[in-house]
Design a protein around this ligand. Structure first.
Ligand code: FE
Ligand code: FE
Length: 201
């Protein structure tokens, strides 16, 4: 029998299984298929969603030191917020690795990986999908309000994004971690409805 369509992520999946810790790998599969489901629901490219999802945390297999080294060597900027909270760095380095190590050339996929941790004002539909799938995939238990958040996202991507950002900011504030100003800018942008012109969606 011929292989079914949608075999496109198999090679990335195998690569990720090799380099990621088991829990991170499971999470990545969760993000890939949740992204695909959201892409089906909201009319985005399902294959791109799968690939961005499976690869989004590809830089998590590297230590913070290794990630910093790549940034230095490749001339990738490291912001103050990233320096203070090195966990943030894997999004930027992940987009770099997706392109250089795994051969992804599609700018939409690379953008979704680049912005999956902080979001950004004016996200594309795929950016929004991967950002949200990272938070709501089945293995995640980040917020007690998970059911409400999932319901809202599947009902309305932008309303769901707004709700998720509000909970995310609250969660980050409570955690006492360094918050990337980009996340705050993203929240302000969507809270104030600046995306109503249909930017990216
Ligand atoms: Fe991540
Ligand atoms: Fe993730």
């Amino acid at each position: 029998m011929k292989a079914p369509e949608g075999i496109g992520i198999r090679k990335y999946r195998k690569e990720m299984e090799k380099v990621l810790k088991p829990d991170r790998y499971e999470h990545s599969i969760g993000v890939a298929y949740t992204s695909a489901a959201l892409a089906m629901r909201f009319g985005a490219d399902v294959q791109k969603a799968l690939i961005a999802g499976i690869l989004h945390d590809c830089a998590k297999c590297l230590t913070h030191e290794e990630q910093l080294k790549i940034c230095k060597k490749q001339g990738l900027p490291v912001t103050d917020a990233e320096r203070k909270n090195l966990k943030l760095l894997h999004a930027r380095v992940g987009a770099y690795l997706a392109e250089k190590e795994y051969g992804v050339t599609d700018p939409e996929i690379l953008s979704a990986i680049r912005w999956h941790t902080t979001g950004r004002p004016g996200m594309t539909k795929l950016d929004k999908i991967v950002f949200l799938a990272d938070i709501i995939e089945p293995n995640r238990r980040m917020f007690p309000e998970m059911t409400e958040i999932r319901d809202r996202i599947f009902a309305d991507l932008d309303e769901g994004l707004k709700l998720t950002l509000s909970y995310l900011l609250e969660y980050l504030q409570k955690s006492g971690e360094e918050i990337d100003p980009t996340t705050e800018e993203t929240w302000a942008y969507y809270r104030d409805g600046q995306d109503s012109a249909g930017n990216g969606s």
